[in-house]
Design a protein around this ligand. Structure first.
Ligand SMILES: CC(C)(COP(=O)(O)OP(=O)(O)OC[C@H]1O[C@@H](n2cnc3c(N)ncnc32)[C@H](O)[C@@H]1OP(=O)(O)O)[C@@H](O)C(=O)NCCC(=O)NCCS
Length: 149
């Protein structure tokens, strides 16, 4: 599969929002994504296949030298084909060049798939927030020192 990675635009928000709702890992609506894209500290990417089909997205903040990974998701029909890896590595390369040094993220303790993905990307556990989510689940905090990729 030929994958194209490009900057997230307002025209991508409907698909980004629909995927987020489908996967139910983040409680954001399309208006929140739109407002994120207005912010100068937001960095978003989308992935599409050779036919232009939406395959996934990633959203980050860069503040001073800290990068926060807000969300990363792959359309279920496209998982385990390296889409999220491409989004992550592409973003890290750009954000590193823009001054990002350390990346942080938080993830539900029970999200084994995402945790396996983050660990594969070289992120390491740096903390835990007990009962962080509304349903009482804890958040696991990860960090990574960004190297040029
Ligand atoms: C986590 C997620 C983004 C991974 O997307 P993906 O495109 O399938 O990831 P990749 O194909 O790039 O996987 C890279 C590596 O991550 C790990 N990984 C990914 N999915 C995995 C799974 N289901 N089980 C175990 N390891 C997994 C593997 O090491 C994999 O490498 P491999 O396929 O060579 O073994 C995707 O499963 C997803 O959208 N999950 C729901 C949304 C979510 O929870 N996002 C994170 C919270 S913000």
């Amino acid at each position: 599969m030929q994958v194209t990675i490009s900057g997230m635009a307002l025209s991508d928000v409907a698909e980004v929002s629909a995927l987020t709702e489908r996967l139910a890992f983040l409680n954001w609506n399309s208006r929140q994504f739109e407002s994120e894209l207005q912010s100068s500290c937001t960095y978003g990417l989308v992935a599409r296949d050779e036919n232009g089909a939406f395959a996934g997205y990633a959203l980050f903040h860069l503040v001073a030298d800290e990068v926060e990974l807000l969300a990363i998701a792959t359309v279920p029909e496209f998982t385990r084909q390296g889409i999220a890896s491409m989004l992550y590595k592409n973003a890290v390369t750009t954000l590193r060049h823009e001054g990002g040094r350390t990346l942080f993220l938080e993830v539900r303790e029970g999200n084994a798939t995402a945790r396996a993905f983050y660990e594969r990307m070289g992120c390491t556990v740096c903390g835990k927030r007990k009962n962080y989510y509304h349903d009482g689940e804890s958040a696991i905090l990860y960090s990574a020192e960004l190297a040029f990729i």
